[in-house]
Design a protein around this ligand. Structure first.
Ligand code: ZN
Length: 110
């Protein structure tokens, strides 16, 4: 259950930066440039090789969201000021981005 709480936002605010309050009480702030740079869509990341195709330098310095919407209950779609809106930021990725999971998480095999 704790893992689920980690991935559920209680509140999302788009202001100076993206602010997320998580169900477990953790707070995250995301710089928009970083967030746009981390876009996981097929246009920014090569789906086959995993290679990043987006040049950070090609992102406008004043990048900001024009709007956002929930996708199902697992992700946030952000409509960026540069016209890009195909990236789905799933909550697990967002949480791991600001608060990497502890290395002690159970892993089988050694
Ligand atoms: Zn993208």
């Amino acid at each position: 259950m704790e893992q689920l709480k980690r991935r559920k936002p209680e509140k999302i605010l788009l202001g100076e930066d993206l602010y997320i309050l998580w169900k477990d009480g953790h707070e995250s702030h995301y710089n928009y440039l970083d967030l746009r740079d981390a876009c996981p869509c097929a246009g920014c990341i090569n789906e086959i090789t995993g290679e990043k195709m987006l040049e950070r330098s090609s992102i406008p310095q004043d990048i900001h969201p024009l709007g956002s919407e929930y996708v199902g209950n697992y992700a946030l779609r952000i409509h960026w000021s540069d016209g890009h809106s195909t990236g789905l930021y799933n909550f697990r990725m967002l949480r791991d981005l600001s608060d990497p999971p502890p290395p002690s998480s159970p892993q089988s095999g050694s």
